[in-house]
Design a protein around this ligand. Structure first.
Ligand SMILES: CC(C)(COP(=O)(O)OP(=O)(O)OC[C@H]1O[C@@H](n2cnc3c(N)ncnc32)[C@H](O)[C@@H]1OP(=O)(O)O)[C@@H](O)C(=O)NCCC(=O)NCCS
Length: 285
């Protein structure tokens, strides 16, 4: 089943690496629980898949050779009905906190955006932005630069280091300070070895953290990251970002930063190779 779903996603999703994270998107948990996954079969062949979790449509795809026959509409209706039965009032595209394929639908995917709009989905005015950072052959992303930034932080009294896989007290500290889906994503990133999480501490207290591959595991995406307010402006975010980028470079030529906040920060620390823009669509149920 999973291999078939991967094949559908690989053929259907030209703009997202959905096939590589098929299991996470179709069956993996989010902070609010497990999704409901749907398939459409023609005889024994899987030709379409969808998943819905809470008030988010996680993924929806029909094999290109089987489009225009009402299969996408049937899968979408199943997801909408499921969300309604679950007590949801709205459904939005892809951006499930803690387990999102993307922060919306890739702007280049105009056909799917128009298809949803014909089905009473409404697009948000402001696009959302991901940025791509080159992590190989980039002088600002190297083991040496990570060490320099770590030494500069040490001179200011901070220890910058990789988190341990069993460092659950970090999750509590992040839940208290930041909350939301971040502790969930961090627990996912702690869950592989070595942990995809770096932290800065001073006098035994957490001051900053950064993670990669906590969502869309295996794609080398960066985030979440946060510095406790009292410790901002000390180069900790920079040191932790570079440490994560060095990790990502082992497996990928680029690192994608989802749904960015301060663009100048990424521009300054590592440079931005390109942008991706996403459209968030929502439907009232
Ligand atoms: C969007 C997508 C799921 C639509 O799948 P689909 O199976 O072609 O969808 P449908 O067949 O229900 O709708 C396509 C058209 O065929 C028409 N159609 C043809 N025969 C039909 C039938 N027997 N019953 C219903 N509709 C039919 C529909 O009316 C519709 O036209 P409209 O949009 O002008 O109303 C598909 O294009 C896709 O997989 N896109 C890429 C995946 C993707 O990017 N997903 C988002 C990120 S996960």
């Amino acid at each position: 089943m999973l291999a078939d779903a991967r094949a559908v996603l690989a053929a259907a999703c030209a703009h997202d690496r959905a096939a590589e994270v098929a299991e996470e998107k179709l069956f993996g948990p989010a902070p609010n629980g497990l999704p409901r996954a749907y398939g459409a079969w023609q005889g024994e062949f899987l030709i379409g898949v969808a998943a819905v979790g809470g008030n988010r449509l996680r993924v929806l795809a029909v094999h290109p050779a089987r489009r225009g026959r009402g299969i996408g509409s049937a899968l979408l209706t199943a997801c909408e009905d499921s969300a309604l039965a679950d007590g949801q009032r709205t459904l939005s595209t892809l951006d499930q906190p803690g387990n999102y394929l993307a922060p919306g639908i890739d702007e280049r995917n105009a056909e799917t955006i128009a298809w949803l709009e014909r089905r009473r989905w409404v697009r948000a005015r402001e696009p959302r932005l991901n940025v791509l950072i080159d992590v190989r052959g980039n002088p600002r992303v190297s083991v040496e630069r990570a060490a320099e930034l770590r030494a500069a932080a040490a001179a200011r009294g901070y220890e910058v280091r990789r988190a341990r896989t069993d460092e659950t007290e970090l999750l509590d500290a992040v839940a208290t300070e930041f909350g939301g889906a971040w502790p969930f994503e961090l627990s996912c990133a702690l869950g592989f070895s070595p942990a995809g999480v770096h932290v800065a501490t001073r006098d035994g207290a957490y001051c900053a953290f950064a993670a990669h591959d906590g969502n869309n595991r295996g794609l080398g995406w960066f985030g979440p990251t946060g510095t406790w307010p009292a410790h901002r402006g000390n180069g900790l975010g920079e040191a932790l970002l570079v440490a994560c980028l060095v990790d990502v470079a082992e497996a990928h030529p680029q690192c994608e930063v989802a749904w960015i906040g301060p663009r100048p920060f990424y521009e300054k620390v590592a440079g931005i190779a390109s942008d991706r823009r996403f459209v968030l669509l929502t439907r009232a149920l």
